[in-house]
Design a protein around this ligand. Sequence first.
Ligand code: SF4
Length: 757
Amino acid sequence: MTTDTAAGTTNWQPTACILCECNCGLEVEVAGRRLARIRGDKAHPASAGYTCEKPLRLDHYQNAPDRLTSPMRRRADGTFEAVDWDTALSEIAARLLAVRDAHGGPSIFFYGGGGQGNHLGGVYMRSLMGALGARYRSNALAQEKTGEFWVDARLYRGHTRGDFEHAEVSVFIGKNPWMSHGIPRARPMLREIARDPNRTMIVIDPRRTETAELAEHHLALRPGTDAWCLAALCAVIVQEDLMNHQFLAEHANGTDEVITALRAIPADAYAAHCGLDPSDVRTVARRIAAAGSVSIFEDLGMQQAPHSTLSSYLDKLLWLLVGSFGTPGGMGMHTDIVPLARTEHEDRDFSPVLGARIIAGLVPSNVIAEEILTEHPDRYRAMVIQSANPAHSLADTPSFRRALAALDLVVTVDVAMTETARLSHYVLPAATQFEKWECTWFNFEFPHNTFHLRAPVLEPLEGTLVEAEIYARLVDNLGTLDGVDLTPLAEAAAAGRAEFAAAVEAAIAAEPRIAAVLPIVLYRTLGPALPDGPVPAALWSIARRAAAAAPDAVRRAGHGQPGDDAAAIGEALFDAMLAGRHGITFSVDDHADVWSRVTTPDGRINLVIPELLEELAGLRTDEGLPDGFPLVLAAGERRAFTANTIIRNPDWRRRDTGGALRVHPKDAAPLGIGDGDRATLITAGGQAEVLIAHDETMPVGAIALPNGLGLDVLDADGKLHRTGVAPNELTRAEDRDPIAGTPWHKHVPARLEPFPA
Ligand code: SF4
């Protein structure tokens, strides 16, 4: 709690914004059960008081009209009845065991796990997976980032991030940080770059976004042509011999093969295919090559469009060819609290029905429904969904609804009665992110990386439980640890951390069942010994693992003493996590450290990815849109007042309350569709009535719907009311990347017709 000297009050409590991966530090003032006032937290080590407009009305999340206050069980007629926790959990456990015994643990699928700054529930959920012997899971990352992860793993086995604070050249591909952030203090940083005559911002995006307005170079390419544009940029660097030969010789394998492939690229023809002036593409390539440092950020505009995995590869080749890695202002390989992705390069995990690549442990979201709606003996039979809304967020919503209906059991854990919850057999009400201990770990900064464990600012709403307790009780009901005496572990925890660490090691050796449900065991044994309750207990092993992975970086951030071993540094980090209510810097990197994180066998970067070089060679300049669909729809654009589906109350939005479809007047006028009119939007996947907003920042031929709308929310009369369009009523599951299975949400062929059609 901090003092507001101006107001003379002492009610400000530190917490965090939960609306994007930056998780800016906030301070909130609580009145009753309301988040009455919200402001940026100046003490937060990354955001330092910065916020955008989104979190200031977070009370619409905290006090959503459809919050749940009791476990709900679905009746045969589709309505729900409230049941007590013991009944719900014992019935769910019995039904999960029945599915496992009949079809095996892998037939129970897990989806979700949390969200932005909402991760501990997912950690405890993994104990339920372990208890059941479940194997398959997915979450939103499989809709966005798995193609990039696969490329990262093949190239250098790690995850990279740019040092935009110091980069001479910053490049944003399909990324509008002004709206989607992704970088701490994004807007001030973008303004700083734009003001500095020695620095250059390059935006590759079809739309003249708010970020593009600030950029020195805006390559306004045709939607879906990122791969051709990036191939042309790489080709110019190779063909004009602008490469950093010394870097490539010292650090890369396969340079000659990649150079040969890029020499064959007709750069000017590819630029023209993108609708760009070839001389602009050459100017941008030369600026990148001439820079002392380059940082590049690719995001959903590119990652949810055709050839997205190839585009990720070409993005990385762009900065590798000029050697912008491991130096200030360049790309770096950051530390993690929890690794975002596994970095094995082998393709060794595949989904059970379609054999789709499992990347970073995640089944591609777009195959889940198909892997249920089949007679295949290994199909999924049950699903547990944690803080996620796949019946809204996955492609082809109608088919996903049918898939959920075909399962023997669907259990959803969430704060509100979501679209997915309504299709579940049981819905378990969780405490909100402001009613429980939670943390942020989408932290990828370099060289200073931060972490924030935040305390609840409110007691859980009556009738709800924190996820740790829900999963602990479920594991109890399953009988996973029956006969295992946890008393020695609890006694060791009370005696001290060193004693506890030794006891955990011995307990796992004696009883392997403990390893499968370790987060719950920590919650039950270490948790009671913690100063402020048991929920952060799972962070103990996470802190130790983070310190073991990068002991020097964690030590440089002030955790531990000189000469400490990794275990002692990990314990110091855990203590700092528990104490640092405004967030902490958990690691301070040295640029030289990044090479120790390139974990290829010889410590060099593998430039050659044969599958993608083959795809590159097969790019054609006659690829077009299907007949009858002359427009490209971006289904899910981030705007000032969109935030996935976490805020369900439409009153949250101050602007664009109806979630209008943006269309260039030149596309609307021939159809007789005026600004503010309604129209019918038609795709191969479905159709919807849309509100039209003329917008000259849109390129001709492209239209955009916001993300997160189309929710069915209770209105003041207790009736369900939908605002805006649910984008996935219009998308198809088969429209996905051939390697990663990521959806093409930002490239949906479409047409508009005056309303009524
Ligand atoms: S930048 Fe992201 S985390 Fe920060 S206040 Fe805005 S939405 Fe929240």
